[in-house]
Design a protein around this ligand. Structure first.
Ligand code: FMN
Length: 139
């Protein structure tokens, strides 16, 4: 009693294919909506666009992130090809970024390989038929 539980966090990473022509202006418009709504629901992450594909990382309270992902899945402007969920996120990776747009030369700065590695390891070891020997430090 009296102990306030921290809400559970989830992170989702996905790749999608654009179904309409996105130019600078339409991406800026999308970001405007995304940033405002994400601020409201305390969702953080970033968006990357290249060669008619989006790559997005969203994180926040599980309920909010799942709700947003549902929205994103139903958005007719793109088609989600693959998504990976991590529902054991301990702390946010990008606090304060309500939806940062990442340019090519910034990818290195946020050590993308670390984010990818964690997600791929997590996804690979999740299935019960694997030997269960998680490398230490993984989720
Ligand atoms: C590539 C892509 C990324 C998006 N990212 C977000 C986002 O981070 N946050 C958000 O609220 N909406 C995002 N949207 C828009 C949502 O799909 C949806 O249009 C928006 O949340 C408005 O939903 P509403 O009409 O129910 O208010 C994104 C859409 C696309 C195509």
């Amino acid at each position: 009693m009296g102990i306030k539980q921290k809400p559970e966090l989830t992170g989702i990473i996905y790749l999608s294919q654009a179904l309409i022509d996105f130019d600078r202006q339409s991406i800026e418009q999308l970001l405007k909506v995304a940033t405002t709504k994400n601020y409201q629901f305390n969702i953080t992450g970033y968006l990357y666009y290249e060669d008619e594909h989006f790559f997005q990382y969203i994180e926040g309270e599980t309920v909010q992130v799942n709700r947003l992902m549902e929205n994103i899945q139903h958005d007719g402007r793109h088609s989600v090809l693959i998504d990976v969920h991590d529902d054991t996120l301990i702390s946010r990776r990008f606090p304060g970024w309500n939806m940062r747009y990442i340019y090519k030369d910034q990818l290195r700065e946020i050590t993308m390989e670390k984010v990818f590695l964690k997600y791929l390891i997590h996804n690979s070891y999740r299935k019960p038929e694997t030997n269960g020997n998680l490398p230490s430090g993984t989720w």
